[in-house]
Each structure stands twice: as C-alpha cells, then as structure tokens.
Design a binder for this molecule. Sequence first.
Ligand SMILES: Cc1cc2nc3c(=O)[nH]c(=O)nc-3n(C[C@H](O)[C@H](O)[C@H](O)COP(=O)(O)O)c2cc1C
Length: 185
Amino acid sequence: MKLMIVVGSVRPGRAGLPVGEWVRSRVEADGRFELDWADLLEIDLPWLDEPNHPAKRQYTKAHTIAWSERVDAADAFIFVTPEYNHSYSPALKNAFDFLYREWWRKPIAFVSYGGVAGGARGVAAFDPVYTTVGAVKTMANVEIPFVATMITDGTFVPSDRETAILGKVLDELESLSVALTPLRG
Ligand SMILES: Cc1cc2nc3c(=O)[nH]c(=O)nc-3n(C[C@H](O)[C@H](O)[C@H](O)COP(=O)(O)O)c2cc1C
C-alpha cells in the first residue's frame, strides 16, 4: 500500500516541513506503507495551467503528467497543511485542482496545524473540495495548536496526543484503502 505524504505549505521558514518530517518518521517506523514524500515546494507546480478540465485527463504539460502519475500510483494520502485565514494552504488547493480522477475513491487524512484551532478550520474548508473528486476522509485528524511552540531547532516535538492520533489515522487509511479499492473502477 503506497502512502503519499503531501507537505502543503511552501513558505520560507514553514512549520510544514518539520511537521511533515515527523509524519514521515512515524510512517517509516510503522512500516505498513510504502512511502512517497511529496513536498510541494520541491515539486514546484505552477499555478494551474492546463487548458482542459482535469476530468478529461487530456494533460498537456510535463509537470501535470508527472504529478498525475505520482498521485495515480498512491493508495492513500496524508495532507500536512497549515491554517491560513481560516482556510488551508493555497499551494495544496492548486496541487489538488490539477487532477481529478486520480483522487477518486482514495482515502485521505489531514495533519493540520496553526494557532488556537490547530488548523481545524482549514480542514473543514477542504470538505467540499475532496468530496467533489470522490476522495474519502478519515474520521481521525491530527490537529496541532500553537505549532510554533512545538518546534525546537527545526524539529517538531509532538506530545503523546499527536502521536496516538496519527496512529489512528494510519489504521483508518489502511482499512479505508482496502475497502475502497474495489470501488475505484
Ligand atoms: C497568511 C497567514 C494566515 C494565517 N491565518 C491563521 C488562521 O486563520 N488561524 C490560525 O490558527 N493560524 C493562522 N496563521 C498561523 C499559521 O497557521 C502558522 O503561522 C503556521 O505556522 C503556518 O504554516 P507554515 O509555517 O507551514 O506556513 C496564519 C499564518 C499566515 C502566514
């Protein structure tokens, strides 16, 4: 089972990288998933620049074809996203909008972070987006409030709560992936 971890923030000094690295280390330690590390800063997609609706899958750009193949190969996703103005990362929205069928009937989960709400409002804002392409979200979400206070020397230091919830996220992703695979068509 291939799990893609998408690091959704691209700002210099982003908390997204240490949080994403923590997620990656937990997934590696867990051992159940083959990992694809998708840092949107490295992938560097332009603003959506395809002339056709992605549902047609008539991609014209090499970067879209590469992103499509990568997402197609994944069975499940964890999106690591900040909350910006009560929503989620615009880089994540852009990367998501590039594709359509590639997300269909695949499980997704969020590790969100921010201030007092732990990024929860950003994840709620994503609801109409992933449902439109037929992805299925886990019930468990890792929400990290006041993320800056949990990063020391560039490393995210979780509490037992975040670690326990991430374990539940991985359990759900595994079971949902098995359940959804026959529905992908
Ligand atoms: C443009 C902007 C808007 C933000 N809006 C919110 C917000 O609405 N709620 C919140 O809890 N935190 C908000 N924050 C705080 C961020 O969640 C926090 O700085 C986080 O580290 C940003 O993620 P990043 O470092 O990976 O970019 C905002 C930060 C920025 C830069």
